[in-house]
Design a protein around this ligand. Structure first.
Ligand SMILES: [Zn+2]
Length: 316
């Protein structure tokens, strides 16, 4: 459970910074690029006209499905990733989501396009909260030969077994979907079974609720801190770009002015710079920091700026 007002895949650890994202810095022909919609339909006021799930084709082998706000206020995202041998679904949606028919339809379209009759699907979860697992039973009940389902329950034990994580939560695991390796980083804290997935093909880090532009709550704060360190360590050698607003210096939009937060810097810009300096000094991360001129705490200004666009949408 969490507030979702930006797609999670945009977000990365340490979001005291204005905007931070994991994007490929260049197309080095190893990373498969994709696109995101200009805006996500969220729900209403004409709910009868809205599909239960909005399907977005990020690229031909990665789909983002978003539950309509007409069926549940959480409006969760789920992610469908295709490899050569199998497919992976991350999360199954919230109450009244009814993901199963949309999922089956999407997989069948992919099969049709790829002239295949079937593909096995493994279902995993970012964590065990109800708005991420509620579609499990209906998907398990599908029994369609075009899409045999393996359900990996949202527990540390099931995650460790499926991703071959020897020592949960210390080790990193992975699964090979066929010429497509997806890494799993154990991330207990927000929930005991939380994981992040890193898709090597697209260089996208899927963090579930554990990195969130809204409020995050913890079952176990100590575990959450360790999990974030693990994720920072994992991503330190990978391409990450932080966009920091040059004018993000005003205490607007719920600015945290507690003593621990002020110790990280007096403004969001300063905190972002401090965070980037920390991961560089501590983990030797080669991340790119871009200060976006004339932008404050404003996503539209940041994402549409001249310096940000070539980073977000590098030329293929
Ligand atoms: Zn949650």
């Amino acid at each position: 459970m969490a507030t979702h007002f930006l797609p999670k895949l945009f977000l990365w650890a340490g979001c005291a910074v204005s905007l931070c994202a994991q994007f490929p810095q260049t197309n080095n022909h190893e990373i498969e690029l994709g696109s995101l919609p200009k805006r996500w339909p969220t729900g209403g006021p004409k709910c009868m006209e809205m599909p239960e799930w909005h399907i977005h084709e990020y690229n031909p082998n990665l789909y983002i499905l978003r539950q309509s706000g007409c069926t549940d206020y959480e409006k969760p995202f789920v992610f469908l990733i295709f490899g050569k041998q199998s497919a992976l679904l991350l999360d199954t949606g919230s109450h009244h989501g009814n993901l199963a028919p949309t999922l089956l339809q999407t997989v069948k379209k992919w099969l049709n396009r790829n002239q295949r009759e079937s593909i096995p699907l493994s279902v995993v979860h970012s964590h065990s909260h109800w708005d991420h697992v509620d579609g499990d039973d209906a998907i398990e009940a599908l029994r369609d030969p075009a899409m045999p389902v393996t359900m990996v329950k949202a527990t540390p034990e099931a995650n460790a077994k499926f991703f071959k994580i020897e020592h949960w939560p210390i080790d990193i695991g992975s699964v090979d979907l066929g010429d497509r390796i997806v890494d799993a980083i154990p991330l207990p804290g927000h929930d005991v079974a939380a994981i992040a997935l890193y898709d090597r093909k697209t260089a996208i880090l899927f963090t579930g609720d554990s990195v969130n532009a809204g409020r995050i709550f913890f079952d176990d704060f100590d575990a959450f801190v360790k999990s974030n360190r693990r994720m920072i360590e994992f991503t330190s050698g990978k391409p990450v770009t932080y966009l920091l607003g040059e004018l993000d210096i005003l205490p607007l939009a719920g600015f945290d002015s507690s003593c621990p937060a002020m110790a990280q810097g007096p403004t969001r810009l300063a905190r972002g710079q401090a965070f980037a300096a920390y991961v560089k000094a501590k983990y030797n991360a080669q991340h790119q920091v871009v200060v976006v001129p004339l932008c404050g705490h404003n996503a539209r200004c940041m994402f549409t700026s001249e310096v940000a666009l070539p980073i977000l949408f590098p030329k293929v």
